[in-house]
Ligand binder design. Structure first.
Ligand SMILES: [Zn+2]
Length: 437
């Protein structure tokens, strides 16, 4: 019964997602306005970017916040700045266990399926999927010139065994949401980035076929790409290889739209871990040449700008920034443990807290601000502070009161960071040149 329903299922109604969207994390719900200002600056430059405020269950737990607070902060900013374009509130990395709390306030759901990846699917389901989808392993071109690994039957079988339960999990979470709210009122993303192994573009296409079979109107898919996407620091890996893979993944999404009836707005979602500056030019070229859309998620980059803004404000606020570092330094093992696969900190390169105690605000900011050209920029210092938002959460009103007191300095840093270091290099640079005859 269930399987015949799935075989005939076709993705139904959905809230269309705009072509370019940008995931902005705002852990303490204080920066929605300066974040939105960066999107307004893009709009003034002729570029429409939809802001999506994303916050995961883990971030809510650490900060002690409720999902409704994200929408409240977003709506307040939208009202104050007179933003008349779309925006969304993303229940980031939700599972069957955690989605309930997000149902009322989110209109964008990122379905987390990593845990189901690799759990072998029942052999009869694998067999019926492969019988239904011979096109996935038929001789011919794999999607995208860079996708050198085509699927033959043995590879398709292994991929189906590995990913079918993940697609099924996405289907279950999706139907739970669709039962609670109008399917035409929300966007669905599926994330597979929090796993050990990158997916090939051919595997990505297989996953999309399986999601279509589940009736999931997926509009953004987050594969795991090759290379390291550490938190708050630049990409580590082969940029040329990333570019080939990224283009092939775009081709896989385009093929899935035409072959499986998925929404035409389907696009890649890059869970960047923030600040992947060295791959931005590759992404920009691929988007310009293919016309594909993009969703790019950042989260911690804004929290780090809060710390930069506090340090820049001097006095008590600088003292608090130093204190957050000192506490994080002592508790670094505990703070880093949940992020072990996405941070690389060499303790020998961490300044001792007593040294930081003597730093001027300029010195502190130069070590923390993500300016790879600055000789004093310290990615180890930055990564440790990235995971130290738990300490700011523990400081509670002491942290929030100083954030309010330094609001303008923090806001200037939040906006400039998103616009100059993310939106411009991703979407705007070279635009004039591309448009020129
Ligand atoms: Zn992610």
């Amino acid at each position: 019964m269930a399987s015949s329903r799935r075989e005939s299922a076709r993705p139904g109604a959905f809230l269309p997602l705009e072509k370019y969207s940008f995931g902005v994390g705002d852990r303490f719900a204080h920066e929605a306005r300066p974040q939105l200002r960066a999107c307004l600056m893009a709009a003034e430059a002729g570029l429409e970017i939809t802001p999506v405020w994303n916050k995961s269950n883990r971030e809510h737990r650490v900060v002690g916040s409720e999902p409704a607070s994200v929408r409240a902060a977003a709506e307040e900013a939208v009202g104050e700045l007179g933003w008349r374009r779309p925006f969304h509130v993303d229940a980031d990395h939700v599972t069957q266990e955690t989605v309930g709390a997000f149902l009322a306030s989110s209109d964008y759901f990122t379905l987390e399926v990593a845990e189901a990846i690799g759990k072998p699917a029942p052999s009869e389901e694998v067999a019926s999927f492969l019988a239904r989808h011979r096109e996935l392993y038929a001789p011919g071109d794999p999607p995208g010139a860079g996708a050198r690994v085509a699927l033959d039957l043995p590879r398709a079988t292994r991929a189906a065994e590995k990913y079918l339960l993940a697609a099924k999990t996405a289907g279950e979470i999706y139907r739970r949401i669709a039962a609670a709210k109008d399917p035409a009122s929300f966007v669905t993303e599926v994330s597979m980035d929090e796993t050990d192994h990158a997916q090939t573009p051919a595997e990505l296409l297989l996953v999309l076929a399986a999601l279509a079979d589940e009736g999931v109107p997926v509009q953004a898919i987050a594969p795991k790409f090759t290379g390291r996407f550490n938190k708050g620091v630049d990409y580590v890996g082969d940029v040329a290889e990333f570019e080939r893979e990224f283009r092939a993944a775009i081709a896989a999404t385009a093929r899935a739209v035409s072959a499986y009836g998925l929404p035409a707005s389907l696009k890649l979602s890059v869970h960047s871990g923030s600040d992947k500056f060295s791959i931005y030019p590759a992404i920009r070229r691929a988007l310009a040449e293919t016309g594909a859309g993009l969703h790019l998620k950042t989260a911690g980059t804004t929290w780090l700008e809060e710390v930069i803004g506090l340090a820049e404000s001097g006095g008590e606020a600088l003292a608090l920034a130093r204190e957050i570092y000192a506490r994080a330094y002592v508790r670094r093992e505990e703070l880093c443990a949940p992020y072990s696969t996405v941070i690389d900190i060499d303790p020998d390169n961490l300044p001792a807290p007593r040294e930081v105690q003597n730093w001027s605000f300029e010195r502190f900011v130069r070590a923390l601000r993500h300016d790879p050209r600055s000789p004093e920029y310290n990615p180890h210092f930055r990564q440790l502070l990235h995971v130290a938002y738990r300490i700011a959460a523990e400081l509670g009103t002491r942290y929030l009161a100083l954030l309010d007191a330094c609001r303008e300095t923090v806001a200037r840093n939040v906006t400039a960071n998103l616009f100059e270091r993310h939106i411009q290099p991703l979407f705007l640079e070279g635009r004039a040149r591309l448009a020129a005859p």
